[in-house]
Write a protein of this length. Structure first.
Length: 168
């Protein structure tokens, strides 16, 4: 009897994306909020979407002594296109700081770098593009999260957001 109940619950969950999808980690929610207020993540004021499709990966090796969060916001079907962001994770006065340093729009392409082409290239040239492609590929191997737009819009009091554009 328990076996049939477990099988029934599994079949319901496997047919429902909501049931099986993990909730977005706090780190991703905080980063998405900063990206929304600093980089107009998908221009939230104009979007009719109720949720963003996001993936992430934390890199501790590319920049010695730094933790870098790569966030991908998928805009196309599956994982065929989207925006990729480079966010340095810092702390000031015991508060997390999300320092946005780069972004780019990408699409899957046979002609681009390892299967990706940058429609809106990042700052930094080939080295940066290669690191972004590596991050996108790693993120593809990880879960994708649906983050409600209302959660991205709501301010997070403990989070401090900075951007490369702030220094201009």
């Amino acid at each position: 009897m328990h076996k049939w109940i477990a099988l029934f619950l599994f079949s319901i969950c496997s047919s429902s994306a909501v049931c099986c999808q993990e909730s977005a980690p706090t780190l991703l929610r905080e980063a998405a909020h900063c990206l929304a207020i600093k980089n107009d993540l998908l221009d939230l004021a104009k979007t009719k979407a109720t949720a963003l499709s996001l993936g992430f990966w934390v890199d501790t090796k590319s920049y010695p002594g730094e933790r870098v969060l790569y966030v991908v916001s998928y805009t196309g079907p599956g994982r065929s296109e989207g925006f990729v962001f480079t966010v340095f994770l810092e702390h000031h006065d015991q508060r997390p700081v999300f320092n946005i340093q780069n972004n780019a729009k990408f699409v899957r392409s046979k002609d681009g770098i390892e299967g990706f082409d940058f429609v809106e290239p990042p700052l930094g040239g080939t080295w940066t593009q290669e690191h972004l492609v590596a991050a996108i590929k790693r993120i593809e191997q990880r879960p994708k999260f649906a983050l409600p737009v209302r959660d991205v819009r709501n301010p997070l009091p403990a989070t401090q957001c900075e951007s490369y554009a702030d220094s201009k």
